[in-house]
Design a protein around this ligand. Structure first.
Ligand code: NAP
Ligand code: COA
Length: 266
């Protein structure tokens, strides 16, 4: 069930970096359903082709590594060459593994910061002169680790915190030209690679659900709805914001403690 009207994005062109699986692919699919021309990009060319085919016959699947400025620039140029200048760019490529700081090498830390943070800078810096300006809308996909420190996530916490500030700075620098820059911070989203890494068992899922105010993980489609809102006319005065689509997860641990000693009502 969606509040958005059919063909909302007709005439728009979108590029989704990291859009070949999971949440970002869900966003790309929703943009295409609403009439946008869409390109998705990831490292693996077969996966990119399959993702594009799953979106529709006109979608473009491109292969590039966002850590390499030349590669992402070439992918963006190919997309605009085939689909036209861009109205929407989503930067969502990310890497994650669960390890304590003492269990990760300098290269392990750098790898995640490079994909998430440097990758987002690369995507946004490289797309700027390929945008339809004024009116273009950029979204970076961040995470709750940007705000709340999490054990075994030093690399992701650092990278996503950097992304949050990058969103705000670019919103200030590019706002005068009519380019909006926002973020989405998804909570735990069911059936994704991210959650397979962070919550690998049904028991872990149940414990997680009990801590979320809305008492469940989110769906890819729910994040996609937020991504439609931010690029729509309804959000034309919204820039530099980070929309938490997370069932209230970032508010803190919402376990019901009424049975716990010392915390009973009265
Ligand atoms: P996913 O399915 O693993 O998606 C990651 C995407 O990025 C894939 O398309 C992957 O394709 C691409 N990618 C990875 N490294 C890349 C690189 N160096 N260059 C270009 N593309 C690259 O992940 P997900 O779980 O859906 O997460 C998507 C986004 O949501 C991430 O930004 C993540 O931090 C954020 N998020 C997820 C959750 C969650 O519950 N899953 C929660 C909060 C935030 P290739 O492997 O082919 O490159
Ligand atoms: N624990 C500790 N270190 C780890 C690790 C783990 N579980 N997994 C990888 N690393 C380290 C590697 O050992 C390596 O460091 P080293 O050279 O000092 O040994 C470094 O990270 C880079 O690993 P590599 O496999 O060469 O990187 P890559 O660029 O091929 O892949 C990853 C990047 C590691 C982030 C990989 O998990 C990935 O591609 N992820 C994308 C999908 C994803 O994470 N989705 C969820 C998004 S929330």
């Amino acid at each position: 069930m969606s509040a958005f009207k059919d063909n909302l994005l007709a005439g728009k062109t979108a590029f989704v970096a990291g859009g070949t699986s999971g949440i970002n692919l869900g966003i790309a699919k929703r943009y295409a359903e609403l009439g946008a021309k869409v390109a998705v990009a990831g490292r693996n060319p077969e996966k990119a082709a399959a993702a594009a085919a799953s979106i529709g016959p006109d979608a473009l699947g491109l292969s590039c590594d966002v850590r390499d400025y030349g590669q992402i620039r070439a992918a963006l140029e190919e997309a605009t060459g085939k689909l036209g200048k861009l109205d929407i760019v989503v930067s969502g490529a990310a890497g994650n593994f669960v390890a304590p700081a003492l269990g990760m090498s300098a290269n392990g830390f750098r790898t995640v910061v490079d994909i998430d943070l440097n990758g987002t800078f690369n995507v946004f810096r490289a797309c700027y002169d390929l945008l339809n300006i004024p009116g273009a809308s950029l979204i970076a996909i961040t995470a709750g680790q940007a705000v709340n420190p999490a054990m075994m996530q030093a690399h992701v916490c650092a990278a996503k915190a950097g992304i949050n500030q990058l969103i705000r700075v670019l919103a200030m620098e590019w706002g005068p030209a009519g380019v909006r820059v926002n973020g989405i911070s998804p909570g735990p989203i069911r059936g994704t690679e991210g959650m397979a890494r962070l919550s690998p068992t049904p028991e872990a899922d149940a414990a997680l659900n009990a801590r979320i105010p809305l008492r469940r993980m989110g769906e890819v489609e729910e994040v996609a709805e937020s991504a439609v809102f931010l690029v729509s006319e309804s959000a034309k005065y919204v820039t530099g914001t980070i929309l938490d689509c997370d069932g209230g997860s970032q508010l803190g641990d919402a376990r019901d403690r009424t049975g716990a000693q010392g915390l009973q009502a009265g």
